[in-house]
Design a protein. Structure first.
Length: 317
C-alpha cells in the first residue's frame, strides 16, 4: 500500500517534491527515488530537462513505454488557430482529468516546459482524492451519486469519435478510491431520468466548488527545463489564461500507463532489496527506461479499515 499523504496546496509548496534529471540519469537510486515521490505525493517536478521537442519522451521512457492516444505519442501544448482541444488555446482551463472519454484512462501525465515568455498561464494541481473525500464529508448524497452513476464522455473531431461511460469518482470493491474522471468540457449530454439529472447536476456543482477551493490548489509558473509529472487519475490539473501576444508558451506532454509505472517501481524496489538497484535492465529500448491527497482523513495517513465507499484509502499496492 502506498503512503497516503494528505497535502493541500500550501503544504505541498513546503514539501516541494522535486528531483534533477541528472540524478535520475546517474543510476543508483535516483530513478527509484523519483518513482517513490510519484507514488507518495502524486506529483513530482523534474528539473533540468533539455528544452527540445522529444525530451519529454526520453524522460517518460525511463519508466515505461509511452501510452499513445489520438493526440499521438506526444502533444504540443501551444495556442493555435482552429484548435481541436481547449488546451491548445490561451484560455483558462478549469480543474480536470485528461481524456476521461477513453476507457484506458492515462495514468502518469508529463508536461515539459520548452519555452515560456507569455504573461499568465500559471499551472495548477489539485488533489483529486482529497476533493472527493471532502465531498463525502460535506455532502454524502452527492458523493454517492458521483461514485455510482456512470456518465457519458466523448471526444469527436473529423478523424475520431471516442466515447466512454464512467463515474466521476472511482471506488473499488474495498471502498478505496481508484480514480477521478472530472472534465465538464468532455461530458456528453446526460441521458438520465429528469429527476436523477437534477440531483446529479447538483452533485457535480458541489464537487466543482470543492476542486476550485484555493486551499487545495498548488499554483506555480513553469520555467524552461521544468517537467511536471503527475498521476492523471489522482491529481486534477488546471491552467490560468495567458496572453499569447506577450510571448510564446510551449509545453510538450505525453502519458505513461499507471500499471507500467507501478510495475517499474516494484521491480526497482525488489532489486534494491537485493542490493543491485542500479543494475535493473531498461524498461524501454530508448532509455533506462502519491498522492497530493490520497484520502479523506483530516490529518495523517489513511487509518480507516472500513469498507465504506470512499473511505480515504488508495488502491495503490
Amino acid at each position: 500500500m502506498c503512503r497516503t499523504l494528505l497535502l493541500t496546496g500550501a503544504m505541498l509548496r513546503q514539501v516541494r517534491p522535486e528531483i534533477d534529471l541528472a540524478a535520475i540519469e546517474a543510476g543508483g537510486d535516483g530513478l527509484l527515488r523519483w518513482l517513490r515521490l510519484l507514488r507518495d505525493y502524486g506529483c513530482v517536478f523534474v528539473r533540468g530537462v533539455p528544452t527540445r521537442v522529444g525530451a519529454v519522451l526520453d524522460l517518460a521512457e525511463r519508466i515505461a513505454f509511452v501510452q499513445e492516444t489520438n493526440f499521438g505519442r506526444s502533444f504540443q501544448v501551444v495556442s493555435k488557430p482552429d484548435p481541436e482541444n481547449l488546451a491548445f488555446t490561451s484560455a483558462k482551463l478549469t480543474a480536470h482529468t485528461d481524456v476521461p472519454n477513453r476507457r484506458a484512462l492515462p495514468g502518469l501525465q508529463f508536461l515539459h516546459c520548452i519555452e515560456f515568455k507569455a504573461r499568465g498561464g500559471e499551472s495548477i494541481l489539485i488533489g483529486g482524492y482529497l476533493a472527493a473525500g471532502r465531498l463525502r464529508e460535506q455532502d454524502p448524497e452527492a458523493h454517492d451519486l458521483l461514485a455510482s452513476v456512470a456518465i457519458p464522455y466523448r471526444f469527436a473531431d473529423d478523424h475520431h469519435d471516442i466515447r466512454n461511460r464512467s463515474p466521476v469518482i472511482g471506488v473499488d470493491g474495498d471502498g478505496r478510491y481508484t480514480e477521478i474522471r472530472f472534465h465538464p468540457a468532455l461530458m456528453a449530454p446526460l441521458d438520465f431520468d429528469p429527476d436523477l439529472m437534477r440531483h446529479y447536476y447538483r452533485a457535480l456543482g458541489a464537487f466543482g466548488r470543492i476542486v476550485r477551493d484555493p486551499e487545495l490548489e498548488l499554483v506555480f509558473t513553469m520555467e524552461p527545463g521544468d517537467c511536471q509529472v503527475f498521476d492523471n487519475r489522482r491529481v486534477l490539473h488546471a491552467r490560468a489564461a495567458f496572453d499569447p501576444s506577450s510571448g510564446p508558451r510551449h509545453l510538450e506532454g505525453c502519458y505513461v500507463d499507471r500499471d507500467d509505472f507501478l510495475s517499474r517501481l516494484r521491480v526497482l524496489e525488489r532489486a534494491g532489496q537485493d542490493g543491485c538497484a542500479s543494475n535493473v535492465r531498461p524498461a524501454s529500448p530508448r532509455g533506462v527506461l502519491a498522492d497530493l491527497a490520497c484520502g479523506s482523513q483530516p490529518s495523517g495517513g489513511c487509518q480507516s479499515n472500513g469498507r465504506k465507499a470512499g473511505d480515504g484509502q488508495s488502491s495503490y499496492e
